[in-house]
Design a protein. Structure first.
Length: 168
């Protein structure tokens, strides 16, 4: 399935004269959607496509409030941890969306779930335009650097990488 996704994306990227995808450390495909947005893409077992990217960092006060709210919540122990990290979900532009915040760094990850792999490389235009627009609206409201101080001391930039994304 990942090979199909890579082929489809690479056809679209070539048509736009952009660099092809490459495989990240977590096994997802990566590509530059524009000069400020590096997108990861993965096929889910049910055939959906997930696009996700780090949009920026929440402010220290908001991160602290999220961490404190977590301490007050009772989590279902059978629920995957990443589900508990989702701070917003919505549907729009033919996709499901979610944002989550890494509790130690404040990195906000934007995720878009497309119902199926676009059958025609031209369909990627609409999908990626929606992702770029939504990503830009989140990036405009976030900080480009992690909050200082972090609510959890001892976490530094060395711990932040593509594996830090918390995929929904």
């Amino acid at each position: 399935m990942t090979a199909q996704l890579g082929h489809s994306l690479d056809q679209y990227l070539a048509s736009m004269e952009l660099a092809p995808t490459w495989v990240s450390a977590d096994g997802s495909l990566m590509f530059e959607a524009d000069e400020r947005l590096q997108v990861h893409a993965a096929m889910l077992p049910d055939g959906r496509v997930e696009l996700f990217a780090g949009a920026g960092y929440v402010r220290a006060e908001l991160l602290q409030a999220i961490v404190e709210a977590d301490e007050d919540r009772d989590f279902d122990e059978d629920e995957p941890r990443h589900v508990a990290d989702i701070v917003a979900r919505w549907t729009g532009e033919g996709a499901h969306w979610a944002v989550d915040v890494h509790r130690e760094t404040g990195l906000l990850t934007l995720s878009m779930f497309v119902p199926a792999l676009p059958g025609d490389p031209g369909e990627w235009t609409g999908v990626l335009d929606a992702f770029r627009r939504t990503g830009a609206s989140w990036t405009a409201r976030l900080d480009p650097e992690p909050p200082d101080p972090l609510p959890h001391p001892g976490v530094g930039l060395a711990e932040i990488g593509s594996g830090t994304f918390m995929r929904c």
